[in-house]
Design a protein around this ligand. Sequence first.
Ligand code: MF3
Ligand code: CO
Length: 255
Amino acid sequence: MISIKSKSEIDLMRKSGEILAKTLEIIKDAIKPGVSTGELDQLAEDFIRKHGAIPSFKGYKGLPGAIDYPGSICASVNEEVVHGIPGLKVLKDGDIISVDVGVYLNGFHADAARTFAVGSISQSAKHLIEVTTQSFYEGIKSAVKGNRIVDISIAIQKYVESNGFSVVREYVGHGIGRDMHEAPQIPNYATRERGPRLEAGMTLAIEPMVNQGKYQVKLLDNKWTVVTTDGTLSAHYENTIAVTDGEPLILTELI
Ligand code: MF3
Ligand code: CO
């Protein structure tokens, strides 16, 4: 069942999204060599709570045997794809870091991620981040009513692969609203399943995860952190969006 949100519910999601977008700005400004991922997490949690909101990820239930998610952000460095647990890891010049944040306010979640450079990074790392970012914008062009989920997936995959990178298969985007993860799933690659037709009022987290090398990933022993199997860099770009009668709205960007 896909929940359809009213205009006023989408406005509430935009409020969560606005706090989230500002959180990402604060994190972006704080990222530099010598800063730990745990410090970034604390900045995010303080900012979110100061606005009367709750970090969606904190305490989230993981796989059997995994601890409940301990952070307010995911901080995934270099070959880490998603769900890097913030802590003592110190950023160094030339790293890339994917920061994923969830904000819950007034009954609604927003979810977004960006990959940032630490100091000066290689041309190839820059290219990876640019292609990942643009792949989101290619995908959202297809997030219009009447299309199917797979149209978003195809647009993302085409763009990424035509630039020589690969799309992660094992983790996908998702519907979002009163729950952080709602139906439908939104793969970033074409599947046999074309997915439901898009309707006005659907709110979706579109989140391409892009690897420099092969698309395969593996899970670390902490049962959270996902890394590329071949050790190459990975980038992530995510926004919460709303399908409308016209152009899609991005709810996790400052307007
Ligand atoms: N954006 C990620 C997702 O959609 C964030 C989940 S992290 C978790 O799955 F800790 F909350 F699981
Ligand atoms: Co998400």
